[in-house]
Design a protein. Sequence first.
Length: 149
Amino acid sequence: MKCLLAAAAALSRTCSPLHPDAYRTLLLLLYGSAIRIGEALALTLQDVDLNESILLIREAKFFKRRLVPIGPALTQSLRDYAKRRRKLPLPKGEHSPFFATRTGRAPDLNSVQTLFRQLRRRAKIHCPLVPRVISLICTTFVTPVRRIG
């Protein structure tokens, strides 16, 4: 994980629609919350309750909604990112994507997965048996989850 975070920090600010800090924060979120990449990219500013340290996952598997608690270190990382995120355009106000491109739009899943493969190569992480290693980050640790609705 340290190698991936270092690779994300070394990203060029011009080669990607997302700021390198957004990728770092996304990696930390996937690692620290065990949510899926699609769920993370679907989060809005409104879905991330940093005062209560809770994520509202609206677009979960099987069309379920759930609350995901997050720890203090991850909450602080998300809080730091959220301050920078709010400087980008907010086309839908609080319903704008939490992870956003420089234009304020949600990043494309394929672009994020492509960049993740580049980060893996830079970090010299080779996983020939697992083509979509990004899902491994999500499933490395299991966190308690409360289902709602």
